[in-house]
Design a protein around this ligand. Structure first.
Ligand SMILES: Nc1nc2c(ncn2[C@@H]2O[C@@H]3COP(=O)(O)O[C@H]4[C@@H](O)[C@H](n5cnc6c(=O)[nH]c(N)nc65)O[C@@H]4COP(=O)(O)O[C@H]3[C@H]2O)c(=O)[nH]1
Length: 647
């Protein structure tokens, strides 16, 4: 098997006509440790570059002007004479995926990018590529040796030495191999065994190319093949078949917080359970990441697929034990049926995928059959992604500001900046509609930098207008936090805008802190050394582990609004809020309640000694001008001396 260093030293070429995409991929690959990454935006140049450099992997965009990805592949075929194209195509159009595989590409990644998945696909493909090359090399050597034995030529002295007279006729040889300045090596070689070994190596190559390295399940290439065949059979026999798209619920959370090694073991355990819950004739494949596809070729009615889906949900219910951890992981399943929901592989997979999103939205751990209306959502999501790319350039983002109130004094002590997208057709879009998509396709990084600069310069503008300094809080996604120049960018932005570091607060979710790596520690410490404040957002909804609270220099805990909302009706929620506030008091961390909407909630939080709060009760998030007017008119009272310590 190729070693990790072989893989990370492999040569890669990125081909995309869009500079921004090239930069994003380059940065991502270099960040992941790949040492040799080249790129071009000129599709005409690819064949010449490959002829010269023989890349181990070419990441090829399909849609390029003048010479598209399909034409590039045709040209590469003339160079790769053994027919193995080391090409991973990148496409935003699902209808191109299968066509690209048929044209010789070995795999595809879809836009928007799912970064961990992209890295995993590249890693797996390089593993297969290098293994393929290594095996080819061995095959060639073995074939040469067999040939040499047969002709006993090329400077090697071979002695046919039968072990016994009867065996003399057999193809067993003793080789004395001696090249200039080398020791004599004596080897006994059986030609028929060599031939067997060659066959084993070939089988191994085929197997590796068609199976997922982590779980041993068929990969997407083999699934496409089997699904295509199953559709043919179903068409001839006029029978239905079912495709199930499975996505693990909250797997990213496990992977991000406990690391890839635990995530990998969990995926293996899930694969095992899936196998146990289905028939031998069914194909269970892993598509990459936490996505699996099941093909049920032998069903009588759609209801049979519902039975299988029910079995899968049940098989995954018992906890998975990984080392000292015990995990409960559920799955959302989308089901499409041939011929009603699609008559080819592509449409069936797309329909199952769309249905899976509905299963997720409807509470997870469930299955849903495809319905035609589900397509609309997928189309909207795709259009949002395309438009998101242009939104930054067209300056369609704005920040709204919500005051943070010191509960005891009633004074405004801070402000949270929240992004909005002024969409030319859909009007104002809230972050839940586009931030997750921006995270998936990497746009969260430039978007985050814009939010930081805009919020800091706005806060500084208010100070210059004579408003007493307020702490401005911004939301930081885990992706931004892990980005390379995160700390440097903040330092530069503060210097540029002139905002004092102690007036900036970064809100992050617990996931960021859970990664427990040396780099998390050093980034947090660098921020604190600069004087920046740190707050944990949505506190109470994640692990809320006491270990990291002690370990990291966090200033504030923001109590999730779901608890605040239920406080007056559920004693459990009140107990949780009370516990978080006490934790804050004991660990000397500020507590900030989110989503205060009523006087009753306000009074209860005051009684529980919560330090600060925000919510519609005081003010919704409003545009910058309106926020300044609320302060200047005294509707939001200000304090000359901001006090932000715990009560
Ligand atoms: N029902 C109710 N809601 C209230 C009340 N008071 C405030 N809210 C809403 O609660 C959310 C609080 O923000 P969050 O928990 O940080 O949750 C934020 C944050 O995680 C994320 N987000 C917002 N802006 C950014 C940004 O600039 N960058 C990143 N990475 N994420 C952002 O999107 C989430 C949602 O933001 P919004 O839609 O603006 O939703 C905001 C805010 O408008 C209330 O009294 N009742």
């Amino acid at each position: 098997m190729p070693s990790a260093s072989d893989i990370f030293n492999a040569s890669l070429l990125i081909v995309d006509d869009k500079e921004a995409n090239v930069l994003l991929l380059e940065r991502m690959l270099r960040g992941a440790g790949y040492a040799s990454v080249a790129s071009t935006t000129v599709s005409h140049a690819v064949c010449e570059l490959h002829r010269k450099n023989r890349y181990d992997l070419i990441l090829l965009d399909l849609q390029m002007p003048s010479m598209d990805g399909f034409q590039v592949m045709e040209c590469l075929k003339a160079i790769e004479l053994d027919g193995y194209l080391p090409v991973l195509v990148i496409t935003a159009q699902p209808e191109h995926q299968l066509r690209a595989l048929q044209a010789g590409a070995k795999d595809f990644i879809s836009k928007p990018f799912d970064l961990p998945e992209v890295l995993m696909r590249i890693h797996n493909m390089l593993e297969v590529r290098l293994l393929h090359r290594e095996s080819k090399h061995h095959c060639r050597r073995l074939e040469e040796t067999v040939q040499e034995l047969r002709t006993a030529e090329s400077g090697l002295r071979t002695t046919k030495a039968a072990l016994s007279k009867e065996k003399a006729a057999l193809d067993e040889h003793v080789l004395q191999l001696q090249r200039a300045n080398e020791h004599l090596v004596v080897a006994t070689i059986k030609a028929h065994e060599l031939a067997d070994q060659i066959q084993v190596a070939r089988d191994q190559i085929d197997y590796t190319a068609q199976h997922d390295a982590l779980t041993g399940l068929p990969n997407r290439l083999l699934l496409q093949d089997r699904l295509g065949q199953a559709i043919e059979v179903a068409r001839r026999q006029e029978r239905p078949l079912a495709v199930m798209f499975l996505d693990l619920d909250r797997f990213k959370y496990v992977n991000d917080s406990l690391g890839h090694a635990v995530g990998d073991q969990l995926l293996q355990s899930v694969a095992q359970r899936l196998k146990s819950g289905l028939r031998h004739s069914d194909t269970i494949s892993r598509q990459g990441g936490d996505e699996f596809i099941v093909l049920l070729p032998n069903i009588e009615h759609a209801e049979d697929a519902a039975l299988s889906a029910g079995k899968i949900l049940a098989a995954l219910t018992p906890p998975h034990r990984i080392g000292e951890h015990e995990f409960h992981i559920s799955v959302s399943i989308g089901i499409s049926i041939y011929p009603d929901d699609g008559q080819d592989t592509e449409i069936l997979l797309k329909s199952a995928d769309a249905a899976m999103y509905y299963a997720k939205e409807n509470g997870r751990n469930a299955y849903k059959f495809f319905e035609p209306e589900m397509n609309a959502r997928v189309v909207r999501r795709q259009s949002i992604e395309t438009e998101l790319r242009r939104a930054l350039e067209r300056q369609e983002f704005v920040l709204h500001y919500q005051p943070v109130i010191h509960l005891l004094s009633g004074k405004t002590v801070g402000v949270e900046a929240l992004i909005r997208w002024q969409h030319p057709e859909h009007g104002i879009l809230l972050p839940d509609e586009f931030v997750p998509i921006a995270e998936e396709c990497g746009l969260i990084l430039p978007m985050g930098r814009w939010v930081l600069r805009e919020a800091c310069s706005q806060a500084q503008t208010w100070i210059q207008a004579g408003i007493p300094p307020l702490t401005v809080a911004i939301n930081t996604s885990a992706f931004e936090f892990r980005g390379k120049n995160f700390v440097e960018n903040i330092r530069a932005t503060l210097a540029e805008t002139g905002l004092a570091p102690h007036l900036l607060e970064l809100e992050m979710t617990e996931t960021v802190l859970m990664s427990d790596s040396a780099s998390t520690n050093s980034v947090l410490n660098a921020l604190v050394d600069m004087g920046i404040k740190l707050a944990i957002d949505d506190f109470g909804t994640g692990y809320s582990s006491l270990t990291y609270l002690r370990q990291y220099p966090v200033d504030a805990l923001k109590i999730d609004q779901s608890f605040v909302r239920q406080m007056t009706s559920s004693t459990d929620s009140t107990s949780i809020v009370d516990a978080v506030i006490n934790l804050g008091i004991n660990l000397k961390k500020r507590t900030v309640a989110e989503g205060i909407e009523t006087a009753e909630q306000h009074a209860l939080l005051l009684a529980l000694h919560c330090d600060e709060g925000q919510g519609y009760y005081f003010s919704p998030p409003v545009p910058a001008g309106e926020f300044a007017a609320l302060l200047q008119s005294g509707i939001l009272p200000l304090s000359e001396h901001q006090h932000r310590s715990t009560i």
